[in-house]
Structures are given as structure tokens and as C-alpha cells.
Write a protein that binds this ligand. Structure first.
Ligand SMILES: [Zn+2]
Length: 440
């Protein structure tokens, strides 16, 4: 990995105040050697040097939650209540072939690079995201999903999960971790959840789960009623009222004991938030997806007061958005008293902590040389007095001029170095066309 020195008018380390006239030196091992005032950052001979002028160098953005394998399904399912949306999306995903899903995941990684994203917490069932993250040089945790709403399926689902994880483990590296994701309370039985938690504890697997995402899920768990219950009953799957919230239910099954990533937590109440804080579980907050799917808003202010680790996530682009963490942190800040630095931390240091990615999301010596450079060329960003505020409140993916993972450029001059972008775009377009045909 070649060493790299990047300079710009501003360094925005996120873990400390901005530095005017900043630079970052990344060593051959892909780790930050020095970050600070340019005059104090060495310029060893033979090191590739880039100066971005009126721009800000930030840690690479960390997306706490995505479904990269669904990138070809953007905008295909609209205006349905959440349970029907999930079912429609599932049908479209099943209509795609393996190559379609792989192309979608690769494009998701590339789209992320162009938007400043260097690390992703992905949940998926195909293994395509793990392969894409590994092949394209991204960082992340690929959580292999497991489904099984019928308690009678638990052993079989667990076997399938074990096989899927075993197949993915050869892709594991310092950059890519393999984890597991019992999908959601309405797709996983209690015996299966308990077994997955036990296995995760034994093997040290990172765990992520969609929890407390929608009012319908809450109704399903508490009362054994509503659309999720009806569709289970129609399939002959037993449904019971658990008499508690989704967070309380996953806690009862032991999930909170393995410090999971809890995705959404929109319907989590005060007791749930306290339980999450006490267990040191983390939350992936995806405000755009929650709003578009009409699921509501997670109480970020409450989580922050209780000291819960929260990272911003985009969720899948199928929910109508893009991989735009700038937008997510702005939506997150609504109704929360947050400084621009705190907003930026949601998509960098805090998201990395939520995913357990040590050395990501910061630019301190020894951290990974994952960074993005936000150009201030756009008129709205010109003459910014406070670069943290400019980026947190004004920047978007189109302002990202440069992205590197472990010192290796993955987005530069409007292209992905070493990637056949035309072929990748064609593969994505073919996958999206197949999905559109299935939707028609
Ligand atoms: Zn999700």
C-alpha cells in the first residue's frame, strides 16, 4: 500500500477542533502516521502528495446500516405501509439472479466511495456485500441475515446460517468482518434468536438486528396482532402475544448481552432506551428510511442523554434515498441539540464505534488512513468560517472530491481508480431492468 500525504485548507478530525492548513500522512501500512497542521506533518520523499486547496479532510464516513445487495431496487416500491413494503421488496429481490445481486452490491460500494463512505455495516442474505466490500477495498461488517419465523424451522435456519458464515469467512480480513443478523422480530422465532445469540457469543460473531422499526412490528410483538401476525397465520405459523415491546423481547432472548447493533429503535420507549444503554448495545439510526416508510422517528435525544452509542445509517436505497450520510445527520439533528461536530461524529467516530470498527472514523495517529475530502467549491460552501458547520449543514455527496481507504484512493477526479465503471454501470442497469420487469 503506497504512502499518501493529503493536504487541504481544513483538517476536520471530528475527534478534535478543525485545523486550518491541515494535512494527513498515511503510511505504507495504511495507517495514519500524522494528522494536524501541515507544517507539522512530515513530507517524506517519494510519498504521493495531494493538495485539495479550499476543502476539508475528514475521516472516511461510516454508514452504520445499509443493504448493498438491494442497490438495484432503488425507487421500485413506493407508497405501501411497512409490512406490505417489506413483502413487495422481498418478492423483487427473489426475482434477481446471483449476478444481479452481486452487481448491485458492487455498485453500492462504489456509490458509497463517491459519497465519502469508506466503511459500511451491511445486512444481507446473499453474501454479495461481503464479496463487494472485500473485492473493492472497502471496510465494513457484513452481517449475514437469518430468517425463520416458525419455531419449527429454527434448527434448519441455524444450519443454513452456519453454512453461509463458513462460506463468507475466507473473505474476512482486517478490513472486512463477518457477522450475523437475525433479521427482525417478525421474521425470527424466539428459539432461533436464542440459538443465534448463543452461537454468536461462542464464536465472537458481531450481531445486528432490525428492532422496533415500525408500529406494526410493535403490535405484532406485544399483541400478536396486525398485518405481520395475519401473514404469519395465513402461512400456518403460530403467533403469540409476547406482552412486551420488541426491545424487551429481544432482551429476554439474550440479544442485548452480546452488545448488538440494534437497527432503527423507532418505537423504543424510555425503559427500552435504559435497557439499551445499560447493555452497551449500539443503535443504527436511519431517519430518512424511517420517515419515507412512515415508521416514525427514533428518539435520538433520549438515546444521547443516556449515553447510547448511535451511528447514522442510510438503510437500503430501495427506501428511496441514496447513500447520503450528510442528509442523514441533518435529519438526525432535527429536534436534537447537536453541534456540527456531534452531527459529523454520527457518521464517523460514533458509527465506527457502533460497528465495533477499531481505528475507523477518526484520523489520529495509528488509526486507519480512511478519509474523504469535501471540496468547498460549491457556492453554498464558499468562504465557510466554520468547516464543521459547512460540512455538517451544507455539504452533499456531490462535494466529495476524494475518498481513500487505508491510504488507497477509491474515488478521485470523479472516477474510481482501477474500476471498469462502464461495465459496473451496465451490470447494475441490467439488474435494475430485471427488477423493474418483476415489479410490473
Ligand atoms: Zn435495514
Amino acid at each position: 500500500m503506497p504512502a499518501l500525504r493529503v493536504g487541504a485548507r481544513w483538517l476536520v478530525p471530528v475527534s478534535a477542533p478543525p485545523v486550518e492548513g491541515g494535512a494527513v500522512l498515511v503510511g505504507e501500512d495504511g495507517r495514519v502516521v500524522a494528522a494536524g497542521r501541515s507544517a507539522e506533518v512530515p513530507s517524506p520523499a517519494g510519498v504521493a502528495t495531494l493538495d485539495f486547496g479550499d476543502a476539508a479532510i475528514l475521516p472516511g464516513l461510516v454508514n452504520a446500516h445499509a443493504h448493498l445487495e438491494l442497490t438495484a431496487l432503488r425507487g421500485l416500491v413506493r407508497d405501501l405501509r411497512f409490512p406490505a413494503w417489506v413483502a413487495a421488496l422481498r418478492r423483487l429481490k427473489d426475482a434477481l439472479g446471483g449476478e444481479d445481486v452481486r452487481a448491485a452490491a458492487r455498485w453500492g460500494v462504489l456509490e458509497g466511495f463517491a459519497a465519502g463512505i469508506t466503511a459500511t455495516g451491511d445486512t444481507g442474505s446473499s453474501g454479495a456485500a461481503a464479496a463487494a466490500l472485500a473485492a473493492l477495498g472497502a471496510r465494513g461488517v457484513a452481517y449475514q441475515e437469518v430468517f425463520g419465523p416458525d419455531p419449527a424451522q429454527a434448527a434448519e435456519s441455524l444450519r443454513g446460517l452456519e453454512e453461509a458464515v463458513a462460506a463468507l469467512l475466507p473473505l474476512a480480513s482486517e478490513r472486512v468482518r463477518i457477522g450475523v443478523s437475525p433479521h427482525a422480530p417478525y421474521t425470527v422465532s424466539e428459539p432461533l434468536l436464542r440459538e443465534v445469540v448463543a452461537r454468536a457469543r461462542e464464536r465472537g460473531w458481531p450481531v445486528a438486528m432490525h428492532v422496533a422499526e415500525s408500529p406494526e412490528e410493535d403490535q405484532f410483538v406485544r399483541h400478536g396482532a396486525g398485518p405481520f401476525a395475519e401473514s404469519r397465520r395465513a402461512r400456518g405459523i403460530p403467533v403469540e402475544a409476547r406482552g412486551c415491546s420488541p426491545v424487551a423481547w429481544v432482551r429476554r432472548a439474550g440479544l442485548l448481552d452480546v452488545r448488538p447493533l440494534l437497527i432503527h429503535c423507532v418505537t423504543a420507549d424510555g425503559d427500552d432506551a435504559v435497557a439499551i444503554a445499560r447493555s452497551a448495545a449500539a443503535v443504527a439510526h436511519c431517519p430518512w428510511s424511517n420517515a419515507v416508510l412512515r415508521n416514525g422517528r427514533a428518539d435520538l435525544a433520549l438515546f444521547r442523554r443516556l449515553g447510547v452509542i448511535v451511528g447514522a445509517g442510510t438503510d437500503s436505497v430501495a427506501a428511496g434515498g441514496g447513500l447520503d450520510l450528510f442528509r442523514e445527520i441533518r435529519l438526525a439533528a432535527l429536534g436534537c441539540r447537536m453541534t456540527p461536530r456531534e452531527m459529523l461524529r454520527l457518521a464517523t467516530a460514533d458509527a465506527a464505534a457502533a460497528l465495533g470498527l477499531a481505528g475507523a472514523g477518526v484520523l489520529t495517529p495509528g488509526a486507519w488512513g480512511d478519509l474523504c475530502v469535501v471540496g468547498f467549491g460549491a457556492s453554498a460552501l464558499a468562504a465557510a468560517a466554520d468547516p464543521e458547520e459547512a460540512v455538517a449543514l451544507g455539504a452533499g455527496p456531490a462535494d466529495v472530491a476524494f475518498t481513500a481507504v487505508a491510504g488507497r484512493a477509491v474515488w478521485q477526479d470523479g472516477r474510481w481508480p482501477g474500476v471498469d465503471a462502464a461495465a459496473e454501470r451496465a451490470a447494475l442497469t441490467a439488474a435494475a431492468a430485471r427488477a423493474r420487469a418483476a415489479a410490473a
